[in-house]
Design a binder for this molecule. Structure first.
Ligand code: GDP
Ligand code: K
Ligand code: MG
Length: 269
């Protein structure tokens, strides 16, 4: 059986550079259905049984830009065997925002920490083991420019795809209990692996997810009540609650994984 891995990440994180090294001449270039956004897929040089998909560059998985919608639909409906999240490690905080959402798709995720040559040149050190521990998924240092780490990245992704395990950030317990309640209301409307994704999207009042689920009016009412109560507790809008929680998770991760050198305080913003 052929396996399908997808490269996802911010624009200019190095996805296409990695894709080109990994697939070589085994590439197919077309367009995504209905849009003029280029679609590149190919077979891995090291195994023709693994297809690689180069997804459009995005900063988040929202329903607003065609690139975000393409990526979201591909991940949720085509369900690749694993996501390779290519990170510009010299812009860790910004890049990890998308990571929190990729983890919530219910697919196995491996982080390809790209641009490690730049991190090194800047005199920064990222503790990859601690980052992996904090995220709950493998984190592989690499440089698509210097062609380092790519073999290990693919080997690790193959292992994760076999195991098919998922990990996702845990947020404030008050938010978590709202998400649990929404998950209960969803029941088996969605698969077990995707229930967290949809619970979060419904909590954020994401129109794309809401439309796609075809909920009963009772389900909608119960979910609305949970959202209203939680907004009161946090004194904030539901979508803003999630954004804040994501950044708090990322801040904790970075303080765990970034090592300050030479007594200088790192400026990560
Ligand atoms: P994409 O938008 O994610 O597909 O990113 P690209 O693969 O097009 O890369 C964006 C830019 O970053 C290009 O100029 C690449 O040559 C450069 N680049 C990619 N990977 C690395 C890396 O590991 N180190 C350095 N220094 N530059 C890289
Ligand atoms: K680019
Ligand atoms: Mg590209």
């Amino acid at each position: 059986m052929e396996k399908q891995f997808a490269l996802a990440g911010n624009p200019n994180s190095g996805k296409t550079s990695a894709f080109n090294h990994l697939t070589g001449a085994n590439q197919y270039v077309g367009n995504w259905p209905g849009v003029t956004i280029e679609r590149k897929s190919g077979l891995l040089k090291r195994s023709k049984m693994i297809a690689l998909q180069d997804l459009p560059g995005i900063y988040s998985l929202s329903p607003y830009t065609p690139e975000e919608v393409i990526t979201q639909e591909y991940l949720l409906n085509q369900k690749p065997d694993a996501i390779i999240n290519i990170i510009d490690s010299s812009n860790l905080e910004r890049n990890l925002y998308l990571t929190t959402q990729l983890l919530e798709t219910g697919l196995p995720v491996v982080l390809g920490m790209n641009m490690m040559d730049i991190v090194k040149k800047n005199g920064q050190t990222i503790n990859l083991s601690k980052l992996a521990y904090g995220l709950g998924v493998p984190v592989i240092g690499m440089s698509a420019l210097k062609k380092t780490g790519l073999e290990k990245l693919i080997e690790t992704t193959q292992e994760e795809a076999e195991k098919n395990t998922v990990a996702y950030p845990a947020y404030d317990p008050k938010l978590e209990s709202a998400l649990d309640e929404i998950s209960d209301i969803l029941g088996n409307t969605v698969s077990e692996k995707q229930v967290r994704w949809y619970a979060i999207k419904l909590f954020e009042k994401d129109p794309l997810a809401t439309e796609s689920l075809n909920l009963s009016s009772i389900q909608k009412k119960e979910i609305d009540d949970i959202i209203q109560i939680t907004e009161k507790i946090f004194d904030d809008q539901s979508d803003a609650i999630l954004v804040n929680e994501r950044y708090e998770f990322i801040t904790r991760l970075i303080s765990l994984a970034m090592i300050k050198e030479d007594g200088f305080k790192l400026n990560l913003s």
